[in-house]
Design a protein around this ligand. Structure first.
Ligand SMILES: Cc1cc2nc3c(=O)[nH]c(=O)nc-3n(C[C@H](O)[C@H](O)[C@H](O)COP(=O)(O)OP(=O)(O)OC[C@H]3O[C@@H](n4cnc5c(N)ncnc54)[C@H](O)[C@@H]3O)c2cc1C
Length: 433
């Protein structure tokens, strides 16, 4: 039912591009706004990136990490979803272009396209590395690992060529969480699945260019993390950078060559490449700088949220990190701000509520650092991690399902998701070969 929320009698059009934490947060806070809300994403699902490593290691299945976007706004009468890829934005004409959809105009644009992997020009990375940023990335990595173990089971001589070895690049949360989860998969599940294969020859090497893992954490948490990984059978190499990547070899800047048929890239992100075509000044990491209400200076109708935004924290005057909590809270704030503007109400500056920085290393091992500097580690930290991440999941059903999956894996140490599901593309390629 059209309303008359603008002077010319047309209904206000709010276009949200990107259905991650930022875009969904904005859409949901516009539920009661007198506006047409259009959310467009190139996928038909919302991705819960913090759990990608659990999908890649068979702990969770795809539906626990990707949630239908249509499902998420089913009760929101003023919202529509389109599955299309943004190809350009004309900020002066207030129009967004898509690959598969006619252009859409807007009165307000919420730009929430997130970030993408940055290989920093490392030779061979784009062709051979396995990034961990999207749901297909996680499925691809899982299939690769499972296939290589099946190959080695059929041809054990491959083990000496490094077929089971994995190099994980990046000592931040993505690299550490992935390395820890792979170690549990290898030393726990695969040790039983493939009893004839030599575990001691299946190496997991975590490579970090800086002097320590987890630079954002205090010394005691960094030491704990390194010890917890080592205990799980991960070899930690700090002060080493990757020079080039070939299908079965990884060359480090020091000249060392690692025999490994899989390299997981968790070393860097940059804002979505589309930002380069907007004609705006960009900040470090390809991010768009925003003002206190998260709109772009001189473009009051353009809001930017989440990983693609450079949001300066009012308290610390530092740019906020690319985290789910920042994306969700910034998206929600923008949804509320636009709703207030439509209703002619006062708007407020964004204030980030920090719930601490945290990461898991494995079962019963996690680290948390609170804003005031308090730290937690071990099981208490894992409980805190679970609580914060359950709150980020989009629905109660997702939360219930995650609890069952996590409890199940904790009790049985099994990973029901460790099956190879071929994509059509892979099957076609294999038939042609
Ligand atoms: C492996 C991993 C682990 C993480 N772990 C944690 C953690 O433990 N805790 C935490 O707080 N944060 C974590 N993060 C960070 C957190 O997930 C991100 O900060 C958050 O997802 C950012 O949300 P966003 O909405 O800005 O972007 P995204 O979630 O990336 O959403 C962007 C959306 O835009 C869509 N899109 C992109 N390009 C186009 C296009 N051209 N056209 C149409 N749609 C497009 C994408 O499909 C996507 O749905 C992790 C991230 C990764 C990768």
């Amino acid at each position: 039912m059209p309303n008359k929320s603008k002077e010319n009698g047309e209904r206000t059009r709010v276009l949200i591009v990107g259905g991650g934490f930022g875009g969904m947060g904005a859409a949901q806070k516009l539920k009661d706004a007198d506006a047409d809300v259009m959310l467009v994403d190139k996928h038909d699902y919302h991705t819960f990136q913090p759990l990608l490593y659990q999908l890649a290691t068979g702990l969770l299945e795809s539906a626990a990490v990707g949630h239908s976007l249509r499902d998420l706004v089913q009760d929101q009468e003023n919202a529509t979803i389109h599955n299309a890829t943004v190809t350009g934005v004309d900020l002066d004409q207030r129009e967004v272009q898509f690959a598969e959809l006619e252009p859409l105009t807007y009165d307000y644009l919420v730009f929430a396209l997130g970030a993408e992997v940055n290989f920093f020009g490392v030779d061979g990375a784009a062709e051979h590395a396995f990034p961990m940023y999207t749901l297909p990335d996680a499925v691809r990595l899982k299939n690769q690992v499972l296939k290589l173990w099946e190959d080695a089971d059929r041809h054990p001589e491959l083990v000496d060529d490094g077929t089971l070895n994995i190099v994980v690049v990046g000592g931040g949360p993505t690299g550490v969480e992935t390395a820890g989860a792979l170690a549990e998969l290898y030393r726990g599940v695969f040790a039983k699945d493939f009893p004839s294969l030599p575990q001691e020859k299946a190496r997991i090497v975590l490579v970090e260019a800086g002097p320590a893992l987890f630079p954002m954490f205090k010394e005691n948490l960094r030491t704990y993390t390194e010890e917890a990984l080592t205990k799980r059978g991960v070899e930690v190499m700090v002060g080493e950078a990757v020079e080039s990547i070939a299908p079965t070899r990884v060359t480090l800047k020091s000249g060392a060559v690692l025999d490994a048929h899989t390299l997981v890239w968790g070393a860097g992100l940059q804002g979505n490449r589309l930002v380069q075509s907007l004609g705006l000044d960009l900040e470090r990491g390809n991010r768009i700088g925003v003002g206190p209400e998260l709109s772009v200076p001189d473009r009051p109708e353009l809001y930017v949220v989440g990983d693609v935004a450079a949001i300066t924290d009012a308290k610390t005057e530092q740019v906020l990190p690319q985290l789910g909590s920042v994306a969700l809270q910034s998206g929600e704030h923008v949804g509320e701000t636009i709703a207030a503007r439509i209703a002619g109400k006062k708007t407020k500056a964004f204030k980030f509520r920090d719930k601490g920085t945290m990461a898991t290393i494995g079962r019963g091992a996690a680290v948390v650092q609170m804003l005031g500097g308090r730290t937690m580690k071990g099981k208490t930290a894992q409980l805190a991690w679970g609580t914060v991440h359950l709150a980020l999941l989009p629905t109660n059903e997702d939360r219930a399902k995650a609890v069952i999956d996590w409890a199940g894996a904790g009790l049985t140490h099994q990973r029901a998701g460790r099956i190879i599901v071929e994509t059509e593309e892979q099957e076609v390629r294999e038939v042609r070969n």
